[in-house]
Design a protein around this ligand. Structure first.
Ligand code: PRP
Length: 214
């Protein structure tokens, strides 16, 4: 468990980390070491502020937080729901907004309406299973893919997909559409449950200060 004097953040490498750092900056938290965009380093420390950053792949962020090696994590709600790790979700950061949807060709609408046993391709098998089995009470076969999920219905691997829709242009360019909306998504801040007790004052202060910026 992370009982040391540092406040450790696990951030999602890429655009999400950039936006998170810009936000943290407004709360007086920065790390000049991270400004070198060509750097391949994965751990950064600001000794003065006693903060430390890990740059991780999105799905690993809740893992670092659950195990307490990071006190705080920032990643998309899609990833948090899919990974199902233990952590407190404390803040909606308001960026990275998109929607989790069931998508497919218009012809798949009937299959959904009649609760047919369909094939669903997704990078998010847990979210897809929960939606169809527990919310719609529809028996489906889930096929896990790792990206370019829109291929699924086009090449006949699946009837529909469960995927993120942001602008909708990937769907349009591939002749697919949103058939059902599962939930809105955005970047969230999560906190390790033990850190929340042990570093309560520091974490509360941070949340309060970020809330003021959002
Ligand atoms: C995501 C998502 C969709 C696309 C949606 O894919 O899986 O394919 O973005 O964005 P849009 O609605 O603005 O077109 P990503 O670019 O992360 O790549 P991937 O297909 O490899 O997962």
């Amino acid at each position: 468990m992370n009982e040391d004097k540092y406040l450790t953040f696990a951030l999602t490498k890429g655009r999400l980390a950039d936006k998170t750092l810009a936000l943290l900056n407004t709360a007086g938290i920065n790390c000049s070491e991270m400004e070198d965009k060509n750097s391949r380093k994965l751990i950064f420390v600001n000794e003065e502020l006693k903060v430390r950053f890990f740059l991780a792949k999105g799905p690993d962020v809740p893992t670092y937080v659950e195990y307490g090696v990071a006190d705080i994590g920032v990643t998309g709600l899609d990833t948090i729901l899919e990974e199902g790790r233990r952590a407190f979700e404390v803040l909606d950061l308001g960026f990275g907004k998109c929607r989790m949807c069931v998508c497919g060709p218009a012809s798949a609408r009937d299959l959904l309406q009649h609760h047919e046993r369909i094939r669903v391709a997704s990078k998010y098998p847990n979210i897809a299973r929960d939606y169809f089995h527990n919310q719609k009470f529809q028996t489906v076969d889930i096929i896990k893919l790792n990206g370019s999920v829109e291929l699924g219905p086009i090449v006949g691997l699946s009837d529909v997909i469960v995927d993120i829709v942001e602008t909708g242009s990937t769907l349009r360019e591939n002749g697919l559409e949103v058939l059902e909306e599962i939930c809105p998504l955005s970047a969230r801040m999560i906190v390790n449950q033990v850190s929340m007790r042990l570093k309560n004052e520091r974490i509360r202060e941070l949340i309060h200060s970020l809330e003021g910026q959002l």
